[in-house]
Design a protein around this ligand. Sequence first.
Ligand code: SF4
Length: 294
Amino acid sequence: METAKLVEDVAFNILKQAVIFLPEDVKQALKNAYAEETSETGKTQLKAVLDNIELAEKYQAPVCQDTGTIIFYAKAGSNVKGLDKVEAALINATRRGTKEIPLRPNSVDPFTGKNSGDNTGRYVPVLNWEIVPGDVLELTVMTKGGGSENVCVGGMIVPGEGIKGVKKFVVDAVIKAGAQPCPPNILGVAMGGGADVSMKLAKKALLRPLTEHNADPEIAKLEREIFEALNLTGIGPMGLGGKTTVLGVHIDYAYRHPASFPVAVAFNCWAARHATARIHADGTVEYVTHKLNW
Ligand code: SF4
């Protein structure tokens, strides 16, 4: 099959998988939270979320009405042929997905407020490239809702404050966000790099499965500490109180300028939608996070 058509079809499929079927790790974390939640209101909210997930799967309808901004991550083997056609194929998949799945048109010109109607526009869908050795093209899509995007925050702490300053930055961000990002949330936290790098890393960290902690035990410990601190805030499911404010905290970092200490916090809502597939050199497709359910 022609590369562009194959990429378009695979991108369409992962987009459809992502908006309808939440990843297994997210569903499991929500089920665990429901079992452990002690607040009655919190439990009711989690039950509504779990029922909603079940209905979305049953009727093959998007799990939330806000189907988000479409963000692709393309991890391309340097020997993959037709890489110059990938971007156009992803745009076509987005247009098709908007019509056929369907997705809410969420792409608006910031000057005129005019909606493009098909989830495309200048720099949208967002495309992040990574070139690696090999001949496999791995495509991931994340559909990022507006409520959780609105509270993402990047800033600079005083370098002398160090990790203590990072913890305060994250806790402050979550308390300020309150109910807005439809908790329970998943947080990507990144430090260093620069204002742009830290936010990119924080957002990408949202893709890590909830069952995986940072490979560095010290960072994994910090993830755990922040996770526990956030679940003591009492914000709870949908911000209505309870002990489940976050389902997970994923940390990443880059080296920084000695005078700067950027920190970024990316929020994902309970509808943490993403899906991944790999296209092999012989044209076979491996769906990594989901089964093809249709
Ligand atoms: S924050 Fe998430 S769950 Fe809430 S409305 Fe937006 S996409 Fe839906």
